[in-house]
Write a protein that binds this ligand. Sequence first.
Ligand SMILES: Nc1ncnc2c1ncn2[C@@H]1O[C@H](COP(=O)(O)OP(=O)(O)O)[C@@H](O)[C@H]1O
Ligand SMILES: [Mg+2]
Length: 263
Amino acid sequence: MSATQSAPPKTPQRGGDDDQPLLELEDVVKHYHSTGEVVRAVDGVSFSLCSGEMLALHGPSGSGKTTLLFLAAGLMRPEGGTLRFRGRDLATMPERELSAYLRGQVGFIHQHTHLMGNVSALENACLYLILGGLSLRQAKAAVIPWLERVGLGDRLSHTPEQLSGGERQRLAIARVLAKHPRLILADEPTGNLDSVRSHEIVALLHSIARERSAGVLLVTHDLEAAGAADRRMVLRDGRLLEAGDQEQARALIAGGPDGHRRP
Ligand SMILES: Nc1ncnc2c1ncn2[C@@H]1O[C@H](COP(=O)(O)OP(=O)(O)O)[C@@H](O)[C@H]1O
Ligand SMILES: [Mg+2]
């Protein structure tokens, strides 16, 4: 895999082609009310992500990381605040445009791989791209090089049960990258990978950010993976830690995924 041979570093561009951040969050709030009590999953989060940049997001379990990715993908509406993609407010996008955003611009690498059981690796990857609007021929042409790039070239006809956890994860990543998304939202994409593969996948995501002026928001508990990012943020109880909370941030990062957000 060529992931480790990433392109020479380039300064992330603020906006690149249109001179504005790729993704901007301003005071975003998402509370859940379904269980009778209010869960303040995301509680006033602001940051921006530029084209060509990879941003690592840490936080203990339950701190709101997945909710934040769902909001950025437009899969969930915030109760407050603003999310903008290249200056366009997701809240005021008509449903059709929002669907096109999700299909065409966003690559969501889910924490769980969501693969179909009795279907080969190649068919799984193609199905995903066909749902995004490609023909079978186009899907195959688009995805095979990516499956090869993540080291699955000799696993195309294996079903998910015949793949290891790490191979399933790489399959789920390859089919998303084949879409050439402008914004990659990756929810612990290296959780099932050994350290060498994990390093390769993170390097691959980083090189894609640089080469394609994509933005990568990477949720990870892997310190080495986070170290490869251009910036790191720490989420706790739905809020980003301020720069002044560095000690707390270091302790949380070092503490890994365990722990709960509220007593
Ligand atoms: N659909 C839901 N209904 C109620 N509470 C939820 C729902 N989804 C997530 N939560 C709660 O919101 C908080 C943040 O969850 P999540 O975004 O999954 O955190 P993380 O990805 O950091 O583990 C947690 O306390 C979780 O239990
Ligand atoms: Mg999560």
